[in-house]
Design a binder for this molecule. Sequence first.
Ligand SMILES: [Zn+2]
Length: 357
Amino acid sequence: MKVLGLMRSVLSRAGLLVTLVVSLAAVGLVHAQQAQSGQAGGGEDAGLHVLPVRGNISMIVGAGANLAVSVGEEGVLLVDTGTGENADKVIELIRKLAPNKRLRYIINTNADPDHTGGNLKLGAIAQTVGGGNAGAGRTAIIAHENVLNRMSAPSGRESPTPSEAWPSDTYFGKGKKKELYLNDESIIIENGPAAHTDGDSTVYFRKSDVLVTGDVFTTVTYPVFDINRGGSINGYIDALNRIIDITVPKDKQEGGTYVIPGHGRLCDEADVVFDRDMATILRDRFANWIKQGWTLQQVKAANPVLDYDLRYGATSGPWTTDQFVEAVYADLSRTLAPAKAPAAGRTPASRTRPTTR
Ligand SMILES: [Zn+2]
């Protein structure tokens, strides 16, 4: 048992080292991108930051969720609209990025207010961005039908958002796709495995080779999933595996396809692999304990995510470590029944350190 404990401790330290190395590499990637954005004319704008990623695609940071924008001959496509209070800043920025171009499409990756809050104002600028009558009417807002279901309400009930902010062009069905072609580029909108919710879309710009994930993948917190809206930890892992299917690394697993997460910095496939491995390890750890009949209190007492807290942990903000732990426990408890009662003397209360350290 002592040897095992030592091995665990060494393994855990190795894990921490990997985390540090990956974090340092990430800082390098962001710095390289920032340098590139300076050269390419990006930078601060009214509190928003524009990061030219590749080809037609730029990333807009600071409006709530990360936004992605395609600017080209045919016009502008915007993935997500940020929070309502940032909408004017986003409009100002788009007018600067693409003067005299029409905002042709908005895509919502999920229904959350930090992704759809700007729909109302941004959906109305189609006719004014281009000037004249180039874009009469509202901009098409594309999303999976479950986004529309959450933003609207059955007739007779008050809807959570005004109808002008709702998606106007939905696609439906689990795992289905919608295709677009704009600015000389194929764009594939896909409802992958239900991860964050069952209405998430990823958006792949095929020529620029940039994948926008929405909250199916984020780098700043533990996986964010809502079990009341179809999300699950297993769906999150499946969705990341789907992203890993699409992305192609350039060299030694670095570079290649760029990945714009719902929140956090610009990534590549290696970052998604790290996140997938973290989610898988934690899922298996929780599943093992739930099968042994551990209560949520017992799981919490075992510091279940201590080895990842340095990178993903939070005690405040929209998605805390506690919320994540409770969500994983509730999610897996729905399907995993305890195989047998915990054996005497091996109850978690008797342990002073979590099994994984
Ligand atoms: Zn979000």
